[in-house]
Design a protein around this ligand. Structure first.
Ligand SMILES: Nc1ncnc2c1ncn2[C@@H]1O[C@H](COP(=O)(O)OP(=O)(O)OP(=O)(O)O)[C@@H](O)[C@H]1O
Ligand SMILES: [Mg+2]
Length: 470
């Protein structure tokens, strides 16, 4: 069984030794004569509980408590006071002390107070373990060790603790905005409540209001007879994730603003007021500040949504993470496709790091999935990946003027005269976009879906590459 660790901090040797001897049978105990010594020892060992005398020489108990709580907010501290000095005890409790005991110490009372504190710790650990299990079952792992992503994760963990603060996540397509939104939700105390994701760009403008807020029965012709609950109401107590928030119509923006101001709304066609408490996390890959300047997005709504702003770096800004994430996906697809890759070859790793990753982590995931599916063996090679190495890794042969080929299907043959790789890639991209649009009858949302890119990316690339054909 796990043995709890307790510090006793008291300048009176009799008290220190007496308590230590009484507790040693059940717990791991360390005794200190000053708060400074105990705090120093905490650098190397992390006690579950600290018994802290108030009247200490040097740093007194209340100052010690402040310092401990600042460095290790999770530690429980029981104050020991020589007499019931109410004022000091109250200030210690306000600073986060768990409880207090009065000297001369009554061993039975002390043991009960300690047992209560340890029960609190046990329950906390149990809840944490359950939450971790819930996270593992509900969302994929969030991988990244680079400094930029670690600082994003710090903010994620901090905001998760305040389950009402609205957060706006911005970042390029495929950088993990939705994964971050769900991580915030599942790390918050509301993790068992619903996480409701809405893609504002995928819902037709005329339907967004009734999708978000629901409608009363008979609200319009064709409405269900019983009326309909909206997504806001479905997210009661949990998180409403508004993806692609920049695509909200001005009417829906106005209604959302009203809801954010008071937590109240009316369903379409109704006069009854509804109250819902839910955290709003929104995401965008657009420049909302620029949209505000141009009149496409309400400034007052922006400031309500962006109480905390989280900018997710693109994959190229965290190239330290590329191989790490690739290996994580490789393990995932090993399981899915029953493969046995254990490593990625050195030149394949180099190519992964050098690749521009315009589609960020989603694109990396797709490449690894494709390679895992098609290839076999223990080592994933650069050929398996099917992405080009960095141009500077080429041998030093002189390259004559590169032609600008149209992609005619199949892979181009590379000769000494070279090819224009960017042009080949663009031509392939153009081919895929036009084909996808043909397949789905020119529906941009559907085309984006079957190409696994966002609608914005599709629109942007279509305009850029296919103007002549549009
Ligand atoms: N740090 C990460 N570690 C592991 N997988 C990740 C990470 N970030 C994102 N992913 C995975 O990459 C894919 C894309 O992530 P996500 O859908 O969250 O991106 P997004 O920013 O919302 O994209 P879009 O702007 O296109 O909506 C998902 O499969 C997600 O699980
Ligand atoms: Mg998304």
């Amino acid at each position: 069984m796990l043995q709890y660790s307790i510090y006793i901090v008291d300048d009176e040797e009799m008290v220190r030794e007496g308590v230590a001897t009484a507790l040693k049978k059940r717990y791991h105990v360390e005794a200190f004569a000053t708060a400074e010594n105990a705090i120093e020892a905490m650098e190397n060992s992390n006690p579950d509980l600290i018994l802290l005398d108030i009247g200490l020489p040097g740093m007194n108990g209340v100052e010690g408590l402040k310092e401990i709580k600042q460095r290790h907010p999770e530690n429980l501290v029981i104050m020991i006071t020589a007499y019931e000095d109410l004022e000091t005890v109250v200030s210690a409790m306000k600073l986060g002390a768990y409880d207090y005991v009065v000297k001369p110490l009554h061993m039975e009372t002390l043991l009960v107070t300690i047992q209560n504190a340890l029960e609190t710790i046990r329950m906390r650990k149990e809840i944490q373990a359950l939450q971790e299990q819930y996270i593992n079952e509900n969302i994929p792992g969030f991988i990244g060790e680079s400094n930029v992503i670690q600082s994003v994760m710090k903010t994620v963990n901090k905001v998760a603790q305040s389950p009402t603060i609205p957060i706006l996540i911005s970042g390029e397509t495929g950088t993990g905005k939705e994964l971050i939104a769900s991580t915030i939700h599942y790390r918050s105390s509301n993790y068992k409540e619903p996480f409701v994701a809405v893609n504002c760009a995928a819902i037709p403008k005329e339907l967004i209001e009734s999708e978000l807020f629901g409608y009363e029965k008979g609200a319009f012709s064709g409405a269900s007879v019983s009326g309909k609950k909206g997504l806001v109401e479905s997210a009661q107590g949990g998180t409403l994730f508004l993806d692609e928030i920049g695509d909200l119509s001005s009417e829906a923006q106005a209604k959302l603003l009203r809801f954010l101001e008071g937590g109240e709304f009316y369903k379409v066609g109704g006069t009854k007021k509804y109250h819902v408490k839910t955290r709003i996390v929104s995401a965008t890959n657009k420049n909302l500040l620029k949209m505000i300047e141009e009149g496409g997005f309400r400034g007052d709504l922006y400031y309500r949504l962006a109480v905390v702003k989280l900018d997710v770096p693109s994959l190229s800004q965290r190239s330290d993470d590329i191989v790490l994430i690739a290996k994580y996906f490789l393990a995932e697809f090993n399981k899915k496709y029953n493969k046995s890759f254990v490593t990625i070859s050195t030149d394949a790793c180099e190519a992964l790091v050098a690749h521009p990753w315009k589609g960020n982590i989603r694109q990396l995931r797709n490449i690894i999935e494709g390679a895992s599916l098609m290839a076999n063996g223990h080592e994933l090679t650069i050929e398996d990946l099917g992405i080009a190495g960095e141009p500077s890794h080429r041998t030093g042969e002189t390259v004559e003027s590169a032609p600008n080929p149209e992609f005619e299907g199949g892979f181009p043959t590379i000769t000494h005269s070279g090819i224009d790789l960017p042009a080949v890639i663009e031509s392939l991209e153009k081919h895929c976009i036009l084909e996808a649009l043909k397949v789905v009858g020119d529906n941009e949302s559907r085309a984006a879906e079957i190409l696994n890119i966002s609608r914005d990316t599709l629109r942007y690339r279509r305009k850029k590459l296919c103007c002549d054909d549009a």
